[in-house]
Design a protein around this ligand. Structure first.
Ligand code: PHE
Length: 487
């Protein structure tokens, strides 16, 4: 039985959705991954392509998800089913909702392990910092932290419990209240870290590294990385934004909010770069260190600077909060589904989802120690979760969303939800019908390693396909529109 007859909870504060959705978007993706891939793929030129991806694909997809959520007023599964019913289309389409919800749960199962590293480093900084004289010592600290399953398990369990504690308290008292202090706190800490970086001596080099436009260094792999990262960093196709959208009051403007989230997310990513790299450069380290950058090079860099332990502590507190405001969004879809369909209270739903999450994430955690060689096709459990979500479920789910919006559902649904001026509505429709699907299919093909798309060489094909899609789509859509309108 559903309890959806009751009016759905809504965000209380005017800025709550923006804060919560930005909290979801801003996470390990921004603070760890964005600065690093920016360095790897050519700095300023990469940033430009990334911005284009965020605004041309990410924002339209986010608008679609928020609209679906607000229209269907439910978890991804229920909301998509309702909206699909409203348009008189087959219930098979609710698979898109299932996929998003499962994807969010799976991402969380390995995200808590990474967030656990961050929590562990807060503790290390609190209890006297990390001592060591070279990168090797830092590697040893990081490895030691992972090798003991009881230690690593303790931290990922702590993240799981913290996440469930917040969401268990409900949308307003849990999520809304926690993001209302964690998000401003996060921005404040980042600002402090940037100011600190200003005095470390590596600031000019950082600005050059992040913003110098070197078109020659932009590879097609970089373009694809930019597109893929746009999805992950905006928390798309994982049920998070859709579910948060289901609590959005009817009066809020979806377009403006989506653009606000995208801008805030981008600013935080750039700020994170400005906060992290000065210390790295000032100490003559390699910015392309990868996963180790934050956990190995950074503590070492901070250590050789005045007040290094204090700022290291600040950094890992900030990272832990960013991870937590993302993790609560990943489980909210599941929670909403459990409450609406299984008649559970918020705390009951939180603890039952938490137990399952704990079991799955424990397996993921074991990939760093005793389960390191429990592999299938060369990947351990942690790698599989990462691979299946970011390479398969996210692109497929995103494709499902835009196909639903562009071709399957009645136009009125989105006209009504988005309530944009006709010209802007036409831009949104063009993006979700043609640009986003093509972009997603390209990432998908590349990600699966089926064919290495090189944009410089393959662009005539891609353009040709886009033209064929537009012609076919426009010829087909009046019929689709009529068919659905007639029902
Ligand atoms: N956007 C988050 C980050 O950048 C990750 C995330 C993915 C959050 C999917 C929610 C859903 O770290």
């Amino acid at each position: 039985m559903t309890t959806s007859q009751q009016p759905r909870v809504q965000w209380q504060g005017r800025w709550s959705f923006l804060l919560a959705a930005t909290g979801s978007a801003v996470g390990l993706g921004n603070i760890w991954k964005f600065p690093y891939i920016t360095g790897e793929f050519g700095g300023g030129a990469f940033v430009l392509v990334y911005l284009m991806c965020i605004f041309a694909v990410g924002v339209p997809v986010m608008m679609t998800e928020i609209s679906l959520g607000r229209r269907g007023r439910g978890s991804p599964v229920d909301a998509v089913r309702r909206v699909v019913n409203e348009s008189g289309r087959g219930s098979m389409w609710s698979l898109v909702g299932w996929m998003a919800m499962i994807c969010g749960f799976m991402i969380l199962s390995f995200y808590v392990v990474v967030a656990g590293w961050s929590f562990a480093y807060v503790w290390k900084m609190l209890t006297g910092g990390i001592s060591g004289t070279g990168v090797d010592d830092m590697v040893a600290v990081f490895t030691a932290n992972n090798q003991n399953p009881l230690n690593l398990g303790f931290w990922s369990t702590l993240v799981t419990v913290a996440t469930m504690f917040i969401v268990g308290k409900g949308v307003q008292k849990g999520i809304e209240r926690s993001v209302s202090w964690m998000m401003p706190g996060l921005v404040l800490m980042l600002l402090l870290l940037i100011i600190y970086g200003l005095f470390s001596g590596g600031f000019i080099e950082t600005v050059r590294f992040l913003f110098a436009f070197d078109a020659g260094s932009l590879s097609s792999a970089g373009m694809l990385a930019a597109l893929g990262h746009a999805f992950f960093t905006l928390s798309l196709a994982s049920g998070a934004i859709l579910t948060y959208g289901s609590y959005l009051p009817k009066s809020a403007s979806i377009g403006r909010t989506a653009i606000g989230v995208a801008i805030a997310d981008t600013i935080v990513a750039l700020m994170a770069g400005l906060a992290i790299f000065p210390a790295i450069f000032a100490n003559g380290m390699d910015p392309g260190e990868g996963p180790g950058l934050i956990f190995m090079s950074l503590p070492l860099a901070f250590q050789s600077m005045p007040f290094g332990t204090l700022f290291g502590l600040l950094f890992f507190i900030m990272l832990s909060m960013a991870a937590l405001t993302s993790s609560i969004s990943m489980i909210e879809a599941t929670l909403s589904w459990l409450c609406d369909n299984k008649g559970l209270s918020r705390p009951q739903a939180a603890w039952s989802a938490g137990i399952v999450l704990w079991l799955v994430s424990t397996l993921a955690m074991l990939s760093f120690n005793i389960g390191a060689d429990w592999t299938l096709l060369g990947k351990n459990f942690f790698d599989w979760l990462d691979y299946l979500t970011s390479r398969l479920l996210m692109p497929l789910g995103g494709l499902g969303m835009v196909v639903l919006a562009g071709f399957v559902l009645k136009n009125e649904t989105f006209r009504d939800e988005l309530s944009l001026p006709p010209s802007l509505y036409a831009v949104w429709l063009f993006m979700v019908r043609y640009v986003s699907p093509l972009g997603i299919v390209v990432i998908f093909i590349n990600a699966l390693g089926l064919y290495q798309v090189t944009i410089t060489a393959d662009w005539p094909w891609l353009l040709g396909i886009l033209v064929v899609m537009v012609v076919a789509g426009e010829a087909l859509s009046p019929r689709i529109g009529r068919a659905s309108a007639a029902r």
